[in-house]
Design a protein around this ligand. Structure first.
Ligand SMILES: [Zn+2]
Length: 316
């Protein structure tokens, strides 16, 4: 049994990207309600997020962009950078709180309060680039968490596995030339889905060459296809890299019933992937693992997959 932390805050519901937006507050409400109903919440250690200090946000984001985001919210602008990045006056503050959720989870794992943690946060982060918002994302929560583990907690090597159905362009670009952060992404073939990056030929640049692994999955790929990719590509790359900490960018939008993409994963497939990564973290990283919510837009699927994943983190 492991002690699992849970990052959640009602303020995460305050980020309002606009009416009819799929990245809606109900996503977290559905997750939280499921954890209450199943009794799982009682067995989790609550981790209180804090607003990430600017000094940490700007370790990876351009200070000019951060200020532009702050001002856009202050002025009450409806979007930032692209039409799909809707904002409200509270969005900047809540985006900082999302980053701070991952930082607080990192502190809790590193100081031994918990063995691992799940961050039920929004807005999501993996599309956020150094100097612009993209794909419902404003600050790159998981990337900032990885950097914080290195700079604040003194770790050398951190690995990120991203199984959101969309390629995490932001995370890849932030660490593209960095050999100390391994970024592995399984996503629907970029020729058939947003954002169009994440081809297998993108392997990192310069000193970071080889520390980016993109695994594009053809539309209609199944649990078996994903598990094969885990066994043949993801786990060997993780073993070779030997990280001290594992982070998962967990989007549950590769599920067959998700409205945004065309992959056919089931709850079982997500369970199996989570279990394999949890075992890896146990064997190679002293169990140190944080899962950060990215996408997932079918509310009942999202809630079920997160509950399953939390059971796996707990060792069940
Ligand atoms: Zn996604």
């Amino acid at each position: 049994m492991a002690v699992t932390g849970y990052v959640y805050d009602d303020r995460y519901l305050w980020h309002d990207p606009g009416a009819f937006h799929v990245e809606r507050p109900e996503r977290l409400r559905a997750i939280h309600r499921r954890l209450v109903e199943t009794g799982l919440l009682d067995k989790l250690v609550p981790i209180k997020p804090f607003e990430a200090p600017l000094e940490w946000v700007t370790t990876l984001h351009d200070p000019g962009y951060v200020e532009r985001f702050r001002r856009a919210c202050e002025k009450g602008q409806p979007i930032l950078d692209t039409g799909d990045c809707g904002i409200c006056p509270k969005s900047y503050e809540i985006a900082l709180l999302a980053v701070g959720g991952v930082l607080a989870a990192a502190d809790a794992v590193m100081n031994g309060t918990v063995n691992n943690a799940f961050c039920a946060i929004r807005p999501p982060g993996h599309h956020a680039e150094r100097n612009r918002a993209m794909g419902f994302c404003f600050f790159n929560n998981i990337a900032l968490g990885a950097r914080y583990l290195q700079k604040h907690h003194g770790l050398q090597k951190v690995a990120i596995v991203d199984w959101d159905v969309h390629h995490g362009n932001g995370t890849q670009h932030l660490f593209e030339t960095d050999p100390t952060v391994l970024y592995i992404s399984l996503h629907q073939d970029p020729y058939t889905l947003y954002p169009g990056t994440g081809k297998s030929s993108e392997i990192g640049r310069g000193a970071g060459e080889g520390a980016t692994l993109n695994i594009p999955m053809p539309p209609l790929s199944t649990d078996q296809d994903y598990l094969k990719a885990m066994e043949r590509l993801v786990l060997p790359a993780l073993r070779a890299f030997a990280p001290e900490f594992l982070l998962i960018s967990a989007g549950f939008d590769a599920h067959a019933d998700d409205p945004l993409a065309n992959i056919q994963l089931t709850e079982k497939g997500y369970q199996e992937m989570g279990a394999r990564l949890a075992v890896f973290a146990k064997e190679a990283c002293q169990g140190r693992l944080i899962t950060v919510l990215e996408g997932g837009y079918n509310l009942s699927v999202l809630a079920a997959c997160v509950a399953d994943h939390i059971r796996i983190l707990q060792g069940n």
